[in-house]
Design a protein around this ligand. Structure first.
Ligand code: NAI
Ligand code: MG
Length: 357
């Protein structure tokens, strides 16, 4: 298959981790007889420096024509004092919005070799393998009105959704559950919020289309507790924008390192933006210390969700597992008796593992 990938390296360690990941994608292409073409564009701080805006027009145009988009990270101290509309993050929020990427997918998996790196007990975090599907372009973060009133004595934010917005995110979650363990937990606050009561209705309506998926509803406070007491309980979680923001950060501590967490922001036709959960790590940028695995695992998600290449995605994921089991790691991961290597070396180990199979 031929696929065109737009790479947005961004700032800090972004260029290092995307370069390392491109190498892994090239290995996949060679191994499976695909042809991946790459096109690189600026976003964030580098775009501010080169074009005077965090999201140049030609970056957006290229992304619209791509089959998949791989992003590093944006931001850094150099741009911290710029006004709001000129900040690097605007590039990221802008591209998600302009492409209508309404579903944010964050898998969290407890790697056996990293169990003791988690702040939770190994017996609690062991075996956890869940996916949070967060609604990304609506809900409390986008609802209107949002304003100060009455001379600053009152304030309002709004949690608003259309039925259509709820339906499409719920469908995405059911489909994700179908290719995993067929279990969906819809998280809301239906004892208090009218929007949550409608969310429950939508989930109930949709479930007859996915009879093999077991569905339950859970209140967000109970879900927050269960995530740290029994994370292995969950398969797919679907939830509103802010609930998802909070729960996915909570879930991210399960694995013990930011350098291991991939994410995807996708829409119904399959176009998606794939990026590590971590930021641009300016403290280690340019030193080849950054762990590229989160970005490599994000690329595996691209193969799975945008290219429908499940075997290839599995191949990358098992190569990552194998390399960790052989105890190769970057400085952010502590593996007892392990061998610490640079970011580019770790990526090369992943590629070697794939081509040796
Ligand atoms: P960060 O995720 O960049 O770094 C937090 C800590 O984790 C640092 O000590 C860093 O060295 C380490 N770290 C992160 N990724 C790593 C990796 N792949 N390998 C090894 N160590 C890694 O978060 P921080 O420091 O809060 O933010 C730094 C900059 O990144 C800021 O400008 C922030 O705005 C931006 N940022 C961008 C995001 C994005 O582009 N999606 C997300 C979060 C922050
Ligand atoms: Mg967050």
């Amino acid at each position: 298959m031929e696929k065109h990938i737009v790479v947005l390296p961004g700032d800090g360690i972004g260029p290092e981790v995307t370069k390392a990941t491109k190498g892994v994608l090239e290995t996949v292409a060679a191994q499976f007889g695909h042809s991946f073409t790459f096109e690189t564009h600026d976003i964030g701080g580098s775009a501010i420096d080169n074009h005077g805006t965090p999201l140049p027009e030609d970056t957006v145009a290229a992304c619209k024509k791509a089959d998949g988009i791989l992003l590093g990270a944006v931001g850094g101290p150099k741009w911290d004092n710029l006004p709001g509309h000129m900040r690097p993050e605007k590039g990221l929020l802008g591209i998600r919005k302009q492409l209508g990427l309404f579903a944010n997918l964050r898998p969290v998996k407890g790697f056996d070799s990293l169990l003791h790196a988690s702040p939770l007990k190994p017996e609690v975090v062991g075996g956890s393998d869940l996916l949070i599907v967060r609604e990304l372009t609506g809900g409390l973060y986008f609802g209107e009105p949002r304003e100060r009133r009455n001379n600053g004595q009152d304030v309002v934010d709004t949690l608003a959704y259309s039925r259509h917005e709820m339906e499409r995110i719920v469908e995405q979650a059911f489909q994700s559950a179908q290719v995993r363990r067929n279990k969906l937990t819809s998280v809301d606050k239906a004892n208090v919020l009218e929007s949550s009561r409608m969310w429950r209705e939508v989930v109930e309506e949709k479930k007859s289309d996915y009879p093999e998926v077991e569905v339950e509803h859970m209140l967000v406070d109970a879900a927050a507790m269960k995530l740290v007491t029994n994370p292995g309980y969950f398969d797919v979680i679907v939830t509103e924008n802010m609930f998802g923001d909070i729960l996915s950060d909570e879930a991210s501590v399960l694995t013990g390192s930011l350098g291991m967490l991939p994410s995807a922001s996708i829409r119904q036709d399959g176009l998606g933006l794939y990026e590590p959960v971590h930021g641009s790590a300016p403290d280690i940028a340019g030193e080849d210390k950054a762990n590229p695995l989160a970005t490599i695992l994000s690329a595996a998600m691209m193969l799975r969700y945008s290219f429908n290449m499940n075997v290839e995605a599995d191949e990358i994921e098992s190569a990552v597992h194998a390399v960790l089991n052989e105890k190769y790691h970057t400085a952010d991961l502590k593996i007892e008796g392990g061998t610490q290597v640079s970011g580019s070396e770790l990526a090369k180990k992943v590629s070697e593992h794939m081509s040796s199979n």
